[in-house]
Design a protein around this ligand. Structure first.
Ligand code: NAD
Length: 504
């Protein structure tokens, strides 16, 4: 026994918990865990060490149909949709408290599933997920409709009402955070939800549904179907009784779900897609050290798998040499370690397929003529997981694929510019339009350039601000609609106008 305790202490508490974790990968439909109808499963291995974590239900079109019918029943009988906004507020607030109470368990699931450092799962992801639930719960009984300024013989009421059954298809990079960014406003508005997490990170969303039920969400209001995109995801996108689809993922699959919507019932598609955000560093930047540190943190956080990561650095030619040196020095602060160590700052690459893709980009960049100035080595051999040192390509050009395509890993490109006009042209030369950053000491320049960048969000002299109360989303092929803030309530609702004759 003493030996066991010593071993546990030596392993660290998170390693011990990880070794005992047996996540439940079964679907959650009508308030209950259940296997897929055809009893198929797929094995989920942790990217941390390659260990088999669980058998996850492989839901197919018939499971989607059962879940959508359950969600539809729940919506039509009003068990949630017709509860008063203040009753929904109370449930969402309890839901948020439940998430915080399960904080350690959820954080561990997140880290084991997709490889991010435990300290970030625990201190950032779980609290952010709970905050979404609490925020949308808090605001839902403070939303008012409008009365239009019509003639005195009529009254025109303008109100927002729920859409009905909402499908949500999620990516793997921030599984809990993105799940709550969708379900919190959707549920607050009174919709029922059928959620399909990524096949790379199913467990936290499944556990979330159980916590929601315990908090008072009626059965059928939140259903979670794990499975593959080309099966469960596509079936949800094609389903004739899904009213709207919130899709977060790659541009390629965003196109596919739009096609499915067009081929089925023209359901509304709210798409949050990829990014290739430019960070422009002007020669008058007041603090190059700070700018380089901020750029590296924003880029290499979450192993580079953030949609808004500033993966295209554009730097004025006069300061390029110094800035690139500072940036390269920062790479050492983002060296991957063991995600279960509490001081680890960069974790594992999510799976072998993604790791191979990143290796291909490393080779491609060099073949295209960019110069790999640092990083790109495979680390932590023998851990059983896949770990990649952050990489920087200098002398990149806009016609290179490493500049045009979203890589979604710890890799950034550097281009140089001669003047402001060239910087804006380079930044806007992208199919994506999610975010951009500007470093300059000139307020005039900051405003002038920010206005001309075709993106959803511009950061000036920082790149890490984010807040549930501030809309988040992109333009162009980065998608449409907005997460966060009251804008998300509009996304998950429909306007209803009611005309009433006033006699007299
Ligand atoms: P992905 O497109 O591979 O998968 C996303 C989801 O779509 C998964 O659940 C997957 O199973 C499903 N899917 C795949 N094919 C499908 C199909 N044919 N029909 C229906 N569903 C299908 O994306 P990913 O690798 O999981 O996530 C990374 C991407 O998500 C990146 O492009 C990233 O920029 C983007 N992202 C964007 C935001 C944002 O807010 N803009 C946030 C997070 C991630």
């Amino acid at each position: 026994m003493a030996g066991f305790i010593q071993e546990a202490v030596a392993m660290g508490i998170w390693h011990q918990r990880a070794s005992l974790a047996r996540p439940d990968g079964r679907a959650f439909i009508s308030g209950e865990r259940c296997p897929a109808l055809e009893l198929q499963t797929f094995e989920h291995r942790s990217p941390i060490d390659g260990r088999s974590l669980s058998q996850v239900s492989r839901c197919l079109a018939n499971d989607v149909d059962v879940a959508v019918r359950s969600a539809r029943r729940a919506f039509e009988d009003g068990r949630w949709s017709r509860q008063s906004p203040s009753a929904r507020r109370q449930v969402l607030q309890r839901f948020a408290e439940g998430v915080l109470a399960a904080r350690e368990e959820l954080a561990l699931l997140e880290t084991l599933d997709m490889g991010k450092p435990i300290q970030y799962s625990l201190r950032l992801d779980v609290p952010a997920a709970a905050q979404s639930l609490a925020w949308f719960g808090e605001c839902i009984d403070k939303q008012y409709g409008q009365i239009a300024p019509t003639s005195e013989h009529a009254l025109a009421l303008i109100q927002r009402e729920p859409l009905g059954v909402v499908g949500a298809i999620l990516p793997w990079n921030y599984p809990l955070v993105v799940a709550c960014l969708k379900i919190a406003p959707a549920l607050a508005m009174g919709n029922s939800v059928v959620l399909k997490p990524s096949e790379r990170s199913s467990h936290s969303a499944l556990r979330l549904a159980e916590i929601g039920l315990a908090a008072g969400l009626p059965p059928g209001v939140l259903n979670v179907l794990p499975g593959f995109g080309f099966e469960a995801g596509q079936a949800l996108a094609l389903h004739m009784d899904v009213d709207a689809l919130a899709f977060t993922g790659t541009l390629r699959n965003g196109r596919r779900v739009h096609e499915c919507a067009a081929r089925s019932n023209l359901k509304r598609v709210f798409a949050q897609l990829g990014g290739k955000s430019a960070l422009i560093v002007f020669a008058d930047c007041a603090d190059l050290h700070f700018a380089a540190r901020s750029a590296a943190t924003a880029m290499f956080f979450n192993q580079g798998a953030s949609c808004n990561a500033p993966s295209r650095v554009l730097v004025h030619e006069r300061i390029a040499t110094e800035f690139i040196r500072l940036l390269a020095d920062e790479v050492a602060h983002h060296t991957p370690g063991d995600p279960l160590d509490e001081d680890c700052v960069a974790g594992a690459i999510v799976d072998e397929q993604h790791f191979r893709l990143l290796q291909d980009y490393l080779q491609l960049g060099q073949a295209e003529g960019a110069r790999l100035i640092c990083g790109g080595r495979t680390l932590r051999h023998g851990s059983g997981g896949l770990y990649l040192e952050p990489a920087i390509f200098d002398h990149a050009r806009s016609d290179m694929r490493i500049v045009r395509e979203e890589i979604f890993g710890p890799m950034l490109t550097v281009q140089r510019f001669a003047d402001e006009a060239e910087a804006i042209a380079l930044a806007n030369d992208s199919a994506f339009g999610l975010q951009a950053g500007i470093w300059t000491a000139s307020l005039d320049r900051a405003h002038r350039v920010a206005r001309r960048l075709r993106v959803g969000t511009v950061h000036v002299n920082q790149y890490d601000e984010d807040d549930i109360g501030v809309p988040f989303g992109g333009r162009g092929q980065s998608g449409n609609g907005r997460d966060n803030a009251l804008a998300a309530l509009e996304t998950f609702s429909e306007l209803k106008t009611t005309w009433i004759r006033i006699a007299g």
